[in-house]
Design a protein. Structure first.
Length: 234
């Protein structure tokens, strides 16, 4: 039974079915995961009982069990993030930037919020591409070496001191990404296009919604599982 004072992070880790519920309610459970459920509901004017009921229904429904990442090796988590989430970013960023340009050129005069959304897509895209490169070239190899040394291998000699230092940078960049996503959601009225929107307009907002979902799951894996375990292992 979930309590209203349980943090979003704890719920997300303990109940994987909660992720889709949080996404349906538009709740950031990754960057904002340290908030108690009650606080998140108050900030977003959500009825806590409605959210609790949805979480209970999701847990009761069961369904195919996903991987329990708390029991996977850190190397397996890193590999999954690269193969699934980083690959998605490399595919989706250019596509979203192209869609944003088309939608702004056709509809920006009538819907001025699209211009700010385009600017956010451009800046977020560049930030994400640099972010994943740093993870793949520096942080993830260091985490993998750290795990192997923990099992009896030689202690890794990285180009930085404590693993906490690069993780702190990654967490700050995650917060920046989360803020950009929240602003895009607000400007787009929860990614709802106007009734008379063309297919490209609708496709753009659908792609933004899918990007948000993928990034939330990506950041949840890092903030709530991978990084805390790496720090504890060090």
């Amino acid at each position: 039974m979930v309590a209203t004072q349980t943090t979003l992070r704890e719920i997300a880790i303990q109940q994987p079915s909660s992720l889709r519920v949080f996404e349906r309610f538009g709740i950031d459970y990754c960057c904002g995961g340290s908030r108690p459920l009650a606080q998140a509901c108050e900030e977003m004017s959500i009825d806590p009982q409605a959210l609790l009921q949805a979480l209970e229904q999701a847990a009761a429904a069961g369904g195919p069990a996903g991987r329990d990442w708390t029991k996977e090796t850190l190397e397996a988590i890193c590999n999954h993030i690269v193969e699934k989430h980083h690959a998605s970013i490399r595919t989706e960023v250019p596509r979203l930037q192209s869609l944003a340009q088309k939608v702004v050129s056709r509809h920006g005069a009538v819907h001025p919020e699209l211009k700010e959304i385009q600017e956010l897509v451009e800046s977020l895209g560049e930030e994400l591409l640099q972010h994943i490169q740093k993870e793949e070239r520096m942080l993830f190899p260091r985490i993998t070496e750290l795990e192997r040394s923990h099992g009896g291998g030689s202690r890794p000699h990285g180009c930085f001191g404590s693993i906490r230092d690069p993780i702190r940078v990654m967490l700050a960049e995650h917060d920046s990404s989360g803020s950009a996503l929240a602003r895009m959601r607000s400007l787009s009225r929860d990614f709802n296009p106007p009734d008379n929107a063309c297919p490209t307009y609708r496709g753009f907002y659908q792609a933004l919604s899918e990007l948000e979902e993928d990034l939330h799951r990506h950041i949840h894996l890092e903030n709530n599982i991978l990084f805390p375990r790496a720090i504890e292992m060090e």
